[in-house]
Design a binder for this molecule. Structure first.
Ligand code: ZN
Length: 505
């Protein structure tokens, strides 16, 4: 490569570094707001965040950025498609096109509408009163539809919004995956709920002192491979993972004495996200190639640790005796078998975030159907509760007592996050497919896990997933790491095997 060619990539890299440094600062003050900031700081913090985000946005859509991008594009066109530089330029183009697609007026209108919709949603949920939320949600949907048209799409208006969370994915691909999933899942739930063998969850419904839970969980993080020299764990109302670079990855958790699984599986989930971020090569820091390749793939990493590792019997063969030792009064009388079945209890429930592994995706299928119809204009916002409740009955056999336990439960729509939900279910599918592949390539994986040795799994993930950062679209990453595009079979097989054993069906 000639001298001038190198220069054009370095020019683009410098511009990207500026934008991604601002974004990193935004993520740190966002973390601070949820973890450290005194309550009074809210108004000023919103202005600070807006200033950083505006600076990053205008640097990204600036003419000088476009010029650097055009030049770098010419330079890399003869490089191999999977070279770092070519992937970097492709990612920069993607971010540039997304950023400049929306006119500033629409961005402001959306920010204004969601700024009003969020408190209206909080109020409506508190009062179980969907009607009061309708005008706000109508506005958010109207503006989101406009945004979708600005982004552009080939097939379905939904694609334009989904692209922002899961690049390359389309509504029609999601539809076909979900329709393959629907019947087997509904049938599995039905045979589980009618099984005569229902595990008892009594052992979990006890008090587990929060300080002891916390010590256990904070020891667990480095044991599974979360690097505490490049990460930390704090408290927040809702658990999350935030990474400003591969060297600064922060997890948050919440503890409740009556809910031990919430902290344990919350840690495994967030540490799964965190290890993905820490495993992203440091040469990608300060560029759009840092971190994970999409929300769905990110979610696959959290669910892999939470469910495939954390809810397996092998995992608890090592950790249950440790747990019994610190909670002797609560757990001494219960066998590992009883514990394993209790943490894998399947029960149709109203609230998505509390759903088990089997019913979870059905909550997502329902939201996806509703979002598509709303965007197409085939459904009015006022009709959401009715459709929601009838789909809940069809999929899970239960009807929410009110809208707070139904269509008002999630924050997403009030924040304008439309097209986001499918990534949760895509994450479960990808987790099962990646797990299946890892299990065939790592001999005796289960035995390693039963001994508390996670190194073979982590290095497999590092070599097949982490090392790529955000270089590839999710579909390509799946093909590279598992040999196939995303499928539903591994997920269904995993569930059927595991739960037919637990429920004797
Ligand atoms: Zn997650």
């Amino acid at each position: 490569m000639g001298f001038g060619m190198r220069d054009s990539i370095e020019r683009l890299r410098a511009k990207l570094k500026y934008v991604w440094s601002l974004r990193a600062c935004e993520s740190i003050i966002g973390w601070d707001q949820l973890v450290m900031m005194p309550a009074g700081g809210g108004g000023v913090r919103a202005e600070q965040k807006a200033a950083l985000s505006e600076a990053a946005h205008s640097a990204l859509i600036d003419d000088s950025f476009r010029k650097a991008l055009d030049e770098a594009e010419e330079t890399v066109c003869n490089l191999p498609e999977d070279s770092d530089d070519r992937c970097l330029v492709r990612a920069a183009r993607w971010h540039f096109e997304r950023a400049r697609a929306l006119p500033t007026t629409l961005v402001k209108e959306l920010a204004h509408a969601t700024g009003l919709a969020y408190p209206a949603w909080v109020e409506a949920r508190k009062n179980k009163d969907f009607t009061s939320f309708v005008p706000y949600l109508e506005k958010v949907y109207k503006l989101s539809r406009e945004a979708a048209h600005c982004y552009g799409f080939k097939e379905h208006v939904y694609d334009a919004l989904l692209e922002g969370y899961e690049p390359g994915m389309t509504a029609s691909k999601v539809s076909s995956l979900f329709s393959e999933l629907k019947r087997p899942l509904v049938e599995l739930v039905a045979s589980i709920t009618s099984s005569g063998k229902q595990p008892s969850v009594d052992l979990l419904e006890q008090d587990f002192a929060v300080n002891i839970q916390r010590r256990f969980v904070e020891q667990l993080a480095p044991m599974i491979g979360f690097d505490m020299t490049r990460g930390r764990i704090d408290l927040s109302v809702h658990p999350f993972c935030s990474a400003s670079s591969s060297r600064d990855v922060r997890l948050t958790l919440r503890y409740c004495s009556r809910n031990l699984p919430s902290a344990v599986f919350g840690l495994l989930h967030e540490a799964g996200h965190g290890m993905y971020e820490q495993g992203s090569p440091s040469r990608f820091d300060g560029t759009p190639l840092k971190g994970g390749c999409s929300l769905g793939i990110h979610e696959s990493q959290s669910r892999l640790w939470e469910n495939h590792v954390g809810r397996s019997r092998e995992f608890w063969e090592y950790h249950y005796p440790r747990l019994q030792a610190i909670f002797p009064y609560q757990l001494q009388g219960y066998s590992i078998d009883e514990f394993y079945k209790a943490i894998n209890k399947v029960r149709p429930s109203f609230i998505r975030v509390e759903a088990d592994e089997v019913t979870y995706c059905l909550h997502i299928l329902l939201r996806f159907e509703i979002e598509c119809k709303l965007l197409e204009g085939a459904l009015e916002v006022t009709d959401i509760p009715e459709v929601w409740n009838s789909l809940m009955e069809e999929y899970l056999g239960i009807v929410p007592p009110d809208d707070a336990a139904g269509c008002l439960q999630d924050v997403h729509w009030s924040e304008g996050l439309i097209g986001y939900f499918p990534t949760y279910c895509l994450g479960s599918l990808a987790a099962a497919q990646i797990w299946e592949k890892a299990s065939t390539e790592i001999e005796h994986l289960g035995e390693y896990i039963a001994r508390g040795d996670y190194e073979p799994l982590r290095s497999w993930l590092a070599q097949n997933i982490y090392c790529h950062g955000a270089k590839f679209f999710p579909e390509e990453l799946m093909v590279r790491s598992t040999g196939r595009p995303l499928e539903v079979r591994p997920f269904l097989q995993y569930l059927q095997r595991k739960f037919s054993d637990i429920y004797a069906i």
